[in-house]
Design a protein around this ligand. Structure first.
Ligand code: ADP
Ligand code: MG
Length: 253
């Protein structure tokens, strides 16, 4: 077993909405270079935890570090610039932009995805580099022929690929994917999985939320089980698979 080498460490992360405790995580580590799955029933707090760690929601309390540096209090675009990015579902505004403009906007480091006005800068050296990177990524995800089409015209699977490609524009060290297969034609699932394992093979760390147990068991190095905001189990796929208590009580598989 490799020595632990966490790229992300979080302690005492708590977030309530009114009287409901959505996230109450005592300790979480994500090891560098792994694919780690975060699983658990609907409402377990998975998306909220993603939002908190990536600066898109505010913790009530807690500390966390990425590459040994605190991310506490940073906004989403600042976290992204440090190298930890999450994917976003394409918003209505983004579907009305071309695939290429989506990529160039993402290069701004996830600066408020809601405030689009004025962000597409005029031609600069940086923009030239961004365009080059965008084209490489679109080729990698087989979206290069779609670059001048509206993002809204893409199929469900192509949208998921664009969401991943956008996240990679900032050259992250860690990518967080919230249900990357949701709504994707089963025929495309294998190809998406290939892209996710390729991220790890390129040296990135991946943390993803997924429901499909075959997918989870197939590509994860480590699995963290969340229920009612708390981590109730974690382990390698074989450990989790044989943890019948976890499976029966929380996953219904
Ligand atoms: P998961 O992604 O695991 O399905 P979520 O993180 O979306 O779970 O939600 C965890 C809990 O927090 C749920 O009970 C949900 O209703 C609640 N919740 C999430 N976001 C908000 C919000 N912005 N306001 C109020 N309640 C929320
Ligand atoms: Mg969710």
């Amino acid at each position: 077993v490799a020595k632990p080498d966490p790229i992300l460490r979080a302690d005492g992360i708590r977030r309530s909405f009114g009287g409901l405790t959505a996230v109450d995580v005592d300790h979480l580590e994500v090891q560098r270079g792994t694919i780690t799955a975060l699983i658990g029933p609907n409402g377990a707090g998975k998306s909220t935890l993603f939002n908190l760690l990536t600066g898109f929601d505010r913790v009530d309390s807690g500390q966390w570090t990425y590459e040994g540096r605190s991310l506490q209090g940073l906004a989403g675009h600042q976290v992204a610039r440090r190298g930890m990015v999450r994917t976003f579902q394409l918003t209505k505004a983004l579907t009305r932009m071309t695939v290429m403009d989506n990529m160039l906007l993402a290069a701004q480091g996830q600066v408020g995805e809601k405030m689009l006005g004025g962000l597409l800068r005029l031609w600069t050296t940086q923009e030239a580099a961004n365009r080059k990177r965008a084209i490489e990524l679109l080729e990698r995800f087989k979206l290069d022929t779609k670059r001048d089409e509206m993002a809204g015209s893409l199929s469900g699977g192509q949208r998921k690929l664009l969401e991943m490609a956008r996240a990679l524009m900032v050259q992250p060290g860690m990518v967080m994917l919230d249900e990357p297969m949701a709504g994707v034609n089963p025929a495309l699932v294998q190809s998406l999985l290939g892209h996710i394992t390729a991220l790890r093979d390129d040296g990135m760390t991946v943390l993803f939320v997924e429901h499909d147990m075959d997918v989870i068991m197939g590509i994860s190095d480590w699995i963290v089980v969340l229920a009612e905001g708390k981590i109730i189990a974690e382990g390698c796929p074989d450990d989790i698979r044989s943890n019948t208590q976890v499976i029966d009580a929380y996953l219904g598989a």
